[in-house]
Design a protein around this ligand. Structure first.
Ligand SMILES: [Zn+2]
Length: 291
């Protein structure tokens, strides 16, 4: 197993990996590709064929909800990856709820109002699918790799674990120990710790300076209510991108995205603005060092 990093805290269930212990990390390289439509003029510049053959990215933004859908269809592919990228990483947390995004990610796999944890795992296994999530400083991401025919079901599952997580208080209590163990594990790795210290000193007092797991006090103290509030305040339609690649049809993905996430709030309730659950600071670089 590869070396963990502090960039991401990730978890997996699915047929290609048995249910992981909650402390598992995987090194993960976030690769971002920017592509635009290849025009005849660009083709003249003799780009390599793998670039010219790359699919274009279709992007749709629903004017009413602000929800965005992005997809790249690969002809001939039988499998698809679909997921939801949410602006809900640790930089949007406050001292009070720092660690909530990561805690929620743990709870997402513990059952919903429609599926028990066991049913969720069986459903993914029987599809031959793969369900995965990670929390970073800037994003919370849930995605599924499935066969083409199962894309609608995968979207149903993603919406279910994001929006209907059971957040059972007993399971929350149990998970505290798991996350505390995870924190110890993270802190044992200097290459993990150094990035946490770097952010803490470079962005002192700002959201970006906080850790993904949050302080021990929060891991021990976050409540079901805190987690529910976090979903209500951060899982807003304009904060989300539904993305798909492979055997996806953009129009179908748009329909599914709108069906499951189009009805989400488009902005915070008035009484939540300025509350201690939301951090909207810009993250000013302070510059300092740790000795
Ligand atoms: Zn974790």
């Amino acid at each position: 197993m590869v070396r963990p990093t502090s960039l991401l805290r990730r978890r997996i269930i699915g047929s290609t990996a048995s249910v992981t212990s909650s402390s598992s990390h995987y090194h993960h390289h976030l690769r971002q590709h920017r592509r635009s439509n290849v025009t005849a003029a660009a083709a003249d510049l003799s780009f390599p064929s793998y670039l010219l053959a790359a699919p274009t990215t279709d992007i749709t933004r629903f004017p009413s909800s602000g929800l965005r859908v992005a997809s790249e269809t690969m002809p001939g592919s039988n499998t698809a990856t679909v997921g939801v990228w949410i602006d809900a990483g640790s930089r949007y947390e406050t001292p009070h709820n720092n660690g909530a995004a990561h805690f929620l990610e743990h709870m997402a796999f513990k059952g919903t109002s429609r599926r028990t944890q066991y049913q969720l795992e069986i459903e993914i296994e029987n599809m031959g699918g793969h369900l995965n999530a990670y929390t970073s400083r800037e994003q919370t991401v849930y995605f599924a790799k499935v066969f083409q025919r199962d894309v609608p079901r995968a979207m149903d599952i993603l919406a279910d674990i994001l929006l209907n997580s059971r957040l059972d208080p007993v399971a929350i209590s149990r998970e505290r120990d798991v996350i505390l163990r995870e924190m110890k594990e993270v802190n044992r790795h200097e290459e993990e710790l150094v990035l946490d210290h770097l952010h803490a000193t470079a962005f002192q007092g700002y959201g970006l300076g906080r850790t993904i797991l949050g302080p021990e006090m929060n891991i021990r103290g976050l409540t079901k209510e805190d987690l529910r509030t976090y979903v209500d305040t951060h899982y807003l339609a304009p904060s989300m991108v539904v993305a798909g690649a492979g055997a996806v049809d953009h129009a179908e993905l748009c329909d599914l995205a709108d069906k499951y996430f189009g009805g989400l709030r488009t902005e915070l309730d008035e009484d939540m603005k300025g509350s201690d659950a939301v951090c909207n600071d810009v993250g000013v670089f302070v510059g300092s060092d740790v000795r």
